[in-house]
Design a protein around this ligand. Structure first.
Ligand code: SF4
Ligand code: SF4
Ligand code: SF4
Length: 260
């Protein structure tokens, strides 16, 4: 979508957008190209009923263990680096247990190892995603394989999805992010001012038969696969271990699991 079209949409008025713009975008959302991954030559697209990630947090002891994963993701997805905290864009980041699982479990007497451990957090690709329901343009939508996608061209920057996401998994581009890129991956789109972005479980890599970049960088500390396929590693890790998910009481059904 060019800048003029985005500006027109923004001028339509955001309070009315949910009622007036949605039918227009229902038609646009029917575009068969929307979010459809390209299949790379010679590689078969990976498929699932519900993609899921299982993070074995016991194997991440310090920042040094998580930094390479964050760097791998942000580098290939052209995630800009802003010094200004309120402009920060992040697809995956590390936080403490008490923040990752606030309100879901007792954290009064945590073991030292758990308290000091970095917990990787990202979009949970929720099975029941409130962000999708909140989006008036279908710029964010759920695929058949469970991935909650972003169509950057359809995003009008209303940020309804950010208000709806209880995990803070989405970031907003307050300014043109391109001058703030350390490197540019020409195979992945850059974004523009006024667009929301987030992790998409590396949909572009799955389309080429590859696993997510952070999973590759984790070297066996994260399982990825079809949650409902008994043969998948993710399914097996969930079956064999006691796992936590974030804010399950909200009913969004996160597809990111944590072995603690
Ligand atoms: S974590 Fe947030 S952005 Fe991701 S699917 Fe769930 S509600 Fe949507
Ligand atoms: S900001 Fe969020 S809710 Fe608004 S159009 Fe973009 S994706 Fe949809
Ligand atoms: S799954 Fe892909 S997009 Fe999501 S955090 Fe990992 S590397 Fe980034």
């Amino acid at each position: 979508m060019d800048i003029r079209r985005r500006r027109v949409l923004q001028l339509l008025g955001l309070s009315a957008a949910a009622l007036t713009v949605k039918p227009v975008y229902d038609a646009l959302a029917a575009d068969p190209a929307a979010g459809r991954p390209r299949v790379g030559p010679g590689r078969e697209q990976l498929k699932a009923k519900q993609w899921a990630m299982v993070i074995d947090t016991r194997r991440f002891a310090s920042e040094a263990d998580v930094e390479p994963l964050i760097e791998a993701c942000h580098r290939i997805h052209n995630v800009p680096h802003f010094e200004l905290k309120r402009w920060e864009i992040k697809w995956i980041w590390a936080t403490e247990y008490k923040h990752a699982f606030s309100g879901t479990s007792s954290d009064r007497f945590l073991a030292d190892a758990v308290e000091k451990r970095p917990f990787l957090v990202l979009c949970n690709q929720c099975e029941n995603p409130p962000c999708v329901r909140a989006c008036p343009t279908k710029a964010t939508f759920k695929r058949e394989d469970g991935i909650v996608m972003m169509d950057f061209h359809r995003c009008i920057g209303c940020r309804f999805c950010m208000a709806a996401c209880p995990f803070g998994a989405r970031s907003f581009n307050y300014t043109d992010p391109r001058p703030y890129l350390k490197h540019t991956n020409k195979l992945f789109p850059t974004r523009m001012k006024g667009v929301v972005e987030k992790c998409s479980f590396c949909a572009e890599r799955l389309a080429e038969g590859k696993r997510p970049a952070c999973v590759e960088a984790a070297g066996g500390k994260i399982a990825f696969g079809d949650l409902y396929d008994p043969a998948s590693e993710a399914h097996q890790w969930v079956r064999k271990n006691y796992t936590l998910r974030r804010k399950v009481n909200l009913g969004t059904e996160p597809a990111v699991y944590y072995i603690v």
